[in-house]
Design a protein around this ligand. Structure first.
Ligand code: FDA
Length: 404
């Protein structure tokens, strides 16, 4: 039997950060993970370059049943703090798009930084090691039955993440531990995930697979313009796939989408499509297909016209106003009801998780069981696409690492 001050289960983004901070404070920390490869999700993130934070990360970029919960931890460990850490290890980065920061070389460098920080905290590694049972017994300590023998610890930090990508080691471990200790869960579902449609519904669009364009997208039956971007409405790229819709705009909206509800897409967000078509009718002699091909991918324009019974070769000047209005309106508000999502196999994150209303927002400790902490994606704090989820992992990891 081995004894530690702190056992951290899950050596991913949040767990490694937390263990490093606690170890460097002089705590004796054991870090346990069942996966054969370390921090696989960091490795595959951001297309292998890890979008490790977002310069604009703030509470408004997260979904939660308890929206203010993330405020304290995010304010105490900011994107600038993580940049300072990377700089101290000579890791270089670049901004790609809207505050999204990526490694110049490889996501491996983020893993190396966290590993070095853990080593600086003299962390004891136990991996690949699985935990079969947790008992909360005498003297308020936790006894873990693991594949490497019994481990005792005064504090237990659960950092096993969400359910997405089970093939690289995601499990429901955190949710089971939460339930064991009487914590409530907020319903979990795949988020930042492509949306799918029935084959019948998608048949007219499947030939458009591969087309990408910037759109404005909203979710919900009450959606209807006027929403501020981000508040359930995003201006980002959409990608047609064989089974449905993907691309950053769709991944963002998938976190807000509720099964059975429609999504609304404006395929020409930068223009008033009806007014511009009517103006073109009055001033130009061109074929409508050629005209639209300047506004959007030609393949999409042609398919759209065909679906609306209009020949791409017809001249705008010869089409009735009513037809132009109908086409323009259909671009501005394409409403469709997804049949589902690509599920945890493709989701970047899990929405929902351990209910934060029973956790301390400054330390992540359970208000039910002193010494028990939940951090990272396991808790009901879900970031937008763009580096926000890692920033939550770092910030919640630091909060618990400083407290335990
Ligand atoms: P994380 O999943 O990182 O770590 C959990 C650890 O717990 C794993 O090491 C796992 O093996 C271990 N574990 C699980 N069950 C266990 C058990 N029963 N026993 C022991 N160990 C167990 N975010 C972002 O901000 N920018 C990005 O670029 C991307 N890109 C991205 C791409 C892809 C393909 C995915 C799937 C996800 C992203 N994300 C992302 C999301 C990001 O990866 C995610 O939010 C964080 O890794 C969450 O950090 P955690 O430490 O909470 O969990």
């Amino acid at each position: 039997m081995e004894s530690f001050d702190i056992a951290v289960i899950g050596a991913g983004a949040a767990g490694m950060m937390c263990a490093a901070v606690a170890g460097q404070r002089g705590r004796r920390v054991v870090l346990i993970d069942h996966a054969p490869r370390l921090a696989e999700k960091i490795r595959i993130s951001g297309g292998g370059r890890c979008n490790f934070t977002n310069l604009h990360a703030g509470p408004a970029n997260y979904l939660s049943a308890n929206p203010h919960f993330c405020r304290s931890a995010l304010a105490r460990y900011t994107p600038r703090d993580f940049l300072a850490l990377l700089k101290s290890h000579r890791v270089t980065w670049h901004e790609k798009h809207r505050g999204q920061l990526f490694c110049d070389h490889s996501s491996e460098s983020v893993i190396e930084v966290l590993k070095a920080e853990c080593d600086a905290g003299a962390i004891t590694w136990r991996r690949p090691v699985s935990v079969a049972e947790i008992r909360h017994g005498d003297a308020d300590s936790f006894a873990l039955d693991t594949s490497a023998g019994q481990i005792n610890a005064r504090a237990l930090i659960v950092a096993t993440g969400g359910l997405s990508i089970p093939k690289i080691g995601a499990t429901d471990f955190a949710y089971r531990v939460a339930k064991q200790f009487g914590h409530k869960l907020i319903d979990m579902r795949p988020a930042l995930v492509p949306l799918t449609f029935s084959s019948e519904q998608w048949e007219p669009f499947s030939a458009l697979s591969g087309i990408s364009l910037e759109v404005e997208v909203e979710a919900g039956s009450k959606a209807g313009g006027g929403k501020k971007h981000g508040n359930g409405a995003f201006l980002e790229d959409l990608l047609f796939t064989h089974r449905g819709l993907s691309g950053p705009g769709i991944l963002q909206i998938s976190s807000y989408w509720q099964p059975g509800e429609p999504i609304h897409v404006n395929l020409l967000p930068e223009r008033d499509a009806v007014a511009d078509l009517l103006q073109a009718k009055a001033t130009q002699k061109r074929q409508i297909g050629n005209l639209l091909a300047e506004w959007m991918p030609a393949r999409l324009a042609d398919a759209w016209l065909e679906a609306h019974g209009v020949s791409a070769e017809a001249r705008a000047a010869d089409l009735p106003d009513k037809a132009l209005r109908r086409i323009g309106e259909s671009f501005a508000r394409w409403s469709l009801v997804p049949s589902g999502t690509e599920g945890y196999r493709k989701a970047e994150v899990t929405r929902g998780g351990v209910d934060t209303r029973e956790l301390s927002s400054s330390t992540m400790m359970s208000e039910r069981v002193p010494g028990l902490y939940f951090i990272g994606e396991a808790v009901d704090v879900t970031g937008w696409l763009g580096g926000y989820n890692f920033q939550w992992a770092w910030a919640s990891g630091v909060a618990a690492g400083q407290a335990a």
